[in-house]
Design a protein around this ligand. Structure first.
Ligand code: CTP
Length: 416
């Protein structure tokens, strides 16, 4: 797993309480560590009945804290008193899984073990992820405690529905690790990101233009660059709407997703988001043409050649670019230019024609660039005349470079 910028160098205190879902907490601790975070784990006594501290010590490379009365092996904490040292300088506290008992303790400010004492010292955001079986989550006592904690600013990750360890079906499962990781990223972004309180709309994927109920015309876009842009915006704390065609990629956690197929559907979705958007990033490969006629029934093979007349689709970026000449919104408009020749000239013409602030141009035939690759080689052209060519890098790094430009522009304009 590659390092994740928003997690790199952060100090996360992970509280683990006694639930069978601790096996997911072990994976979470591992993923956070691999992403570059320093993870200090506090285990309750009940948690140690399911797994030993050695599991977490091995995965995080750090001491694991289990005992309020034992302050040895402080792992370089700011002070040797563990509950103070753990709280000081922490960027985020996550308690996953948290049991009904510990929810009750937190809600009432009880402090009789290292975890509950440490929470009371925390000045950073606290995220809790309940996990419990049967009807416990719906019990009025638990529901009331969760409500009180939320009112106090504790972030509660919603438990998922599904099969429990008991064999019962219901709500109470700890979400899977990618979901937990995504929510943690978004929370950190909301705390420190440059796009807090900003609304960013990203389009991704290749549109599908239907010929008949079974066939369509599409292109080679994978959606990877657009999804990376959406994730980078989430990591910066933005509220993100991702307007995407079906790509088969994992959806970025925390994004509001609008699934579309055709250029027309994408146009409608984009326009519906514009009244509130601060930024639009058109990473989608929108078809320029669609079949002029849609056949309601499947076209049969027959024995003659089939001719399909194609008509122009509406240019979404250009439409929004024209609208903003009147409205001034969105504040920042970014397009892509996938070219096979005359990269700079073609991109410059698109920049002007579409009234964009930046065009991210790439030669899709270049090595390490293009549709299916995980890396990209792009040149960023600005309406201010700037031309910056980035070396070959991951689509994640390209996305971060784009979001940095969005953040720089938005810093100069008021919130919507
Ligand atoms: N785009 C759009 N709507 C379209 C076509 C393209 O919004 N109907 C956007 C793309 O999302 C991209 C930018 O315009 O951000 C440039 O797309 P591209 O296909 O490279 O350019 P075109 O304007 O279609 O020109 P050409 O195909 O002739 O290169």
């Amino acid at each position: 797993m590659e390092r994740i910028t928003i997690l790199d160098g952060k100090r996360i205190v992970l509280g683990v309480t006694g639930s069978i879902a601790v096996f997911k907490a072990a994976d979470l601790a591992s993923k956070l560590t691999q992403a570059g975070a320093t993870v200090d784990v506090i285990m309750t006594e009940a948690a140690q009945r399911f797994v030993t501290p050695l599991t977490f010590r091995t995965l995080t490379g750090r001491p694991v804290y289990t005992d309020l009365w034992n302050t040895e092996g402080d792992g370089g904490l700011p002070t040797h008193i563990a509950h103070i040292g753990l709280a000081e300088g922490a960027d985020l506290m996550v308690i996953a899984p948290i049991t009904a008992h510990h929810i009750g303790k937190l809600a009432n400010g009880l402090a009789d073990d290292l975890l509950s004492v440490t929470v009371l010292n925390m000045r950073c955001p606290v995220v809790i992820a309940p996990a419990m079986d049967g009807d416990m989550l719906e019990h009025p006592a638990v529901a009331e405690n969760l409500r009180r904690l939320q009112e106090r600013g504790v972030i509660v990750i919603e438990s998922e529905e599904g099969r429990m360890a008991s064999g019962l079906m219901g709500r109470g499962r700890l979400p899977e690790v990618p979901t937990l990781l995504g929510l943690i990223r978004h929370q950190l972004g909301r705390e420190w990101g440059l796009l807090r309180d900003r609304r960013v709309v990203v389009t991704a994927g290749g549109t599908r233009e239907a010929i008949d109920p079974v066939r369509y015309i599409t292109n080679r876009s994978s959606g990877k660059q657009g999804y990376a842009v959406a994730q980078a915006a989430l990591d910066s704390g933005a509220s993100v709407t991702l307007i995407t065609t079906p790509t088969g990629l994992e959806l970025p956690v925390g994004a509001h997703v609008i699934l579309v197929e055709s250029a027309q559907e994408m146009l409608d979705a984009v326009l519906s988001c514009m009244p509130e958007a601060d930024a639009l990033i058109m990473a989608a490969a929108v078809a320029d043409f669609r079949p002029a006629q849609y056949a309601d029934q499947k076209i049969k093979k027959g024995d003659k050649d089939l001719r399909i007349t194609l008509s122009h689709t509406t240019d979404i970026l250009q439409t929004v670019g024209e609208q903003r000449r009147e409205t001034g919104y969105p504040h920042i408009l970014i397009g892509f230019a996938a070219e096979t020749q005359d990269l700079i000239e073609n991109a410059q013409s698109k920049l002007r024609r579409k009234n964009a602030d930046y065009i991210i141009a790439n030669d899709v035939t270049a090595k390490g660039a293009g549709f299916q690759a995980d890396t990209n080689v792009v040149t960023i052209l600005g309406a201010d005349g700037s031309i910056v060519t980035l070396p070959q890098q991951t689509k994640t790094a390209v996305a971060e470079a784009i979001i940095q430009r969005v953040a720089a522009r938005l810093q100069t304009v008021p919130r919507r």
